[in-house]
Design a protein around this ligand. Structure first.
Ligand SMILES: Nc1ncnc2c1ncn2[C@@H]1O[C@H](COP(=O)(O)OP(=O)(O)O)[C@@H](O)[C@H]1O
Ligand SMILES: [Mg+2]
Length: 582
């Protein structure tokens, strides 16, 4: 089965998925002000300017992404520049970023040298190009910052046609190449007032002025406030409420600009408290999505609602500016600051804890369940569909794998699911990613003294190492894990589970590769027996036959010239393998 898996077909699925994921978001509606800032950024990004990197920095909700997106659209409209947009929201690894970057460039990520591949692709661009790296704050965390900056700097130095535009909460001034930093401050009173009036024209000039002041000129808050006004909330009453909230009761919030964040939380609290209870619960639930989501993604979380009601509710939240919607990509997302606000709110209000916890559980079980479905699809003739769907939901799936391990109600389900779908994840995750995810499971089982699951995880780690190994001899780390798992399984008296069959078959294959057929053949035969008789599993029986007739065994057949038994084993296994995969 797995050797029949066609890389070109998968490549098409990957490109298709990235087409869906990639692309610049739609223009910010009712964009106000920032003319000077946009013009400066455009000038710096012009091919003739010597500046290589532009960064837009400032507190959350101030409009950094909005300016970058606006600039991106203006550059596209001028027609002289290719614009590639990548949202780095919640990305904390170079490989994650490279996957997104290659996706935006419509290139299929291949092999383990993703950084090299990305650099190479960028170097081959012949038209002036701007790469927008939006929301890069998580890539500036200590564990990844140096690598990230090194990459950006090398790109800036070695790719003459490429300039980089980065937005981040954190100030970025540490590049050695020529760069320009735009520090975004809140909108000036006139523009803040203009935005309020654009969004809600019925409010008086005087009220708009006062509200703009209370919102601190922060676009995100101006939008949520304008949404309240548009719903008919009285401007005077709202102003009173803003005036009554003393600064001392504000929550602290560990982002860069504390004073603004205090004000933000306070203002958002006022807007949140005016939502209907069902809207509040929906928003709190949707805050569990680590990234953007579609209506159908949201359906399982708010499953009591009909599709129509769900659509209305999402629209209400968008109208209230608590939820963002990208009409181009048809995706929703909860802005980081609103997400942080929601989590803070859950900690403050005990009423909100049950819905939030239940949303988290639903999210985790949903994506664990999805993994099983994708695995079944992968084993069918629709493996490309499985890969495509996986790519669409990979961030949610990874989040679910991570979070459910920390949930005592779900940790065992999570590990069992991961073990079951390991042959799929070993194909769609890179080896390092697979081992880092499964390594956590293995450690957790070891700590808990859960021998069965520990040996399951070891088997799957070994399987992944083996399946990524290109050499003709078995990898020592894989063999060591298989042997340890085998010893535990024998100790536990397991001689019929699927994982046992896996371990026997692959350990046998390793022995075969080391030309130790005495050990290899009985192990694989036992695995075939388990698969054929106990599980009646056609595909994996075929895979076991393939292990039996494995490449090294074939080589050995040639080496021990005309060895009748070996030739028989090989020909029979090959026949059985082809027969099973039909
Ligand atoms: N100049 C602007 N005019 C109108 N709306 C804006 C402007 N700047 C930002 N916004 C809106 O404010 C919200 C927060 O902006 P965003 O760019 O996401 O902030 P940041 O990237 O700094 O966190 C978004 O809904 C965005 O559309
Ligand atoms: Mg942003």
């Amino acid at each position: 089965m797995f050797t029949l898996f066609c890389p070109c077909l998968l490549g098409a699925a990957v490109t298709e998925a990235f087409k869906y994921l990639g692309g610049i978001p739609c223009k910010v509606p009712n964009f106000v002000g920032r003319k000077g800032q946009c013009a400066t950024v455009m000038e710096k990004l012009n091919a003739s300017d010597s500046c290589r990197i532009v960064s837009i920095t400032g507190p959350p909700g101030f409009g950094k992404s909005a300016v970058a997106i606006q600039v991106g659209h203006e550059l596209i409209a001028q027609g002289k520049t290719n614009v590639f947009y990548i949202s780095l929201r919640n990305l904390t690894s170079m490989n994650g970023m490279m996957n997104s970057l290659l996706g935006a460039l419509q290139i299929v990520a291949s092999g383990e040298q993703l950084i090299q591949q990305a650099k190479h692709c960028l170097r081959t661009l012949t038209k002036h190009s701007v790469i927008i790296l939006d929301n890069a704050e998580d890539m500036l965390l200590p564990q990844v910052k140096d690598e990230f900056c090194h990459f950006i700097e090398t790109v800036a130095e070695t790719t003459p046609h490429v300039k980089v535009l980065i937005t981040s909460r954190q100030s970025i001034t540490f590049f050695t190449v020529e760069m320009f930093e735009l520090r975004l401050v809140s909108l000036c009173p006139d523009h803040a007032k203009e935005l309020l009036l654009k969004l809600e024209s019925r409010v008086s000039q005087e009220h708009a002025e006062q509200l703009a002041y209370h919102c601190g000129g922060v676009p995100l808050v101006l939008r949520t406030t304008a949404a309240l006004l548009a719903k008919g909330v009285d401007a005077g009453a709202l102003i009173n409420e803003f005036q009554m909230s003393p600064v001392s009761t504000l929550k602290s919030f560990s982002l860069n600009s504390l004073s603004h964040n205090h004000q933000l939380f306070n203002c958002l609290g006022i807007c949140f408290s005016r939502l209907e209870p069902d809207q509040q619960v929906a928003l709190i639930s949707l805050a569990v999505f680590p990234m953007s989501f579609t209506v159908s993604d949201a359906q399982f979380l708010l499953r009591d609602l009909s599709a129509y009601k769900l659509g209305m509710l999402l629209q209400d939240l968008v109208d209230n500016s608590m939820l963002q919607f990208d009409c181009l990509l048809k995706q929703y997302y909860v802005h980081n600051i609103i997400q942080s606000f929601c989590i803070d709110r859950v900690h403050q209000e005990s009423d909100l804890q049950p819905p939030y916890q239940s949303a988290k559980k639903l999210f985790n079980t949903h994506y664990l369940g999805m993994l099983k479905e994708l695995y079944a699809l992968f084993l069918s003739k629709k493996c490309c569909q499985a890969v495509h769907k996986f790519l669409m939901s990979r961030r949610n799936i990874r989040q679910a794998l991570q979070d459910s391990l920390a949930d005592p109600d779900l940790d065992e389900l999570c590990i069992d699911t991961a073990v079951e779908v390991a042959p799929f994840l070993a194909k769609v995750f890179r080896k390092e990613k697979f081992l880092s995810v499964y390594g956590q499971f293995t450690d957790a089982c070891k700590r808990a003294g859960n021998k069965k699951r520990y040996s399951d995880c070891l088997t799957m780690e070994a399987y992944c190492i083996l399946s990524h190994c290109a050499c003709h001899l078995p990898c020592p780390p894989a063999v060591a894990r298989f042997k340890e798992a085998d010893a535990i399984q024998r100790e536990l008296g397991d001689d019929s589970s699927i994982v046992r069959a896996f371990c026997l078959s692959k350990l046998g294959r390793c022995f075969g590769q080391s030309k130790d057929l005495e050990k290899a053949i009985p192990l694989i035969r036992k695995a075939i027996d388990i698969r054929e008789k106990v599980h009646k599993d056609r595909i994996f029986t075929a895979v076991a036959y393939k292990d039996l007739g494995g490449k090294a065994v074939i080589n050995l057949c040639c080496w021990v010239k005309g060895h009748p038994v070996l030739n028989k084993v090989h020909i029979h296994s090959y026949y059985m393998y082809m027969n099973k995969v039909s």
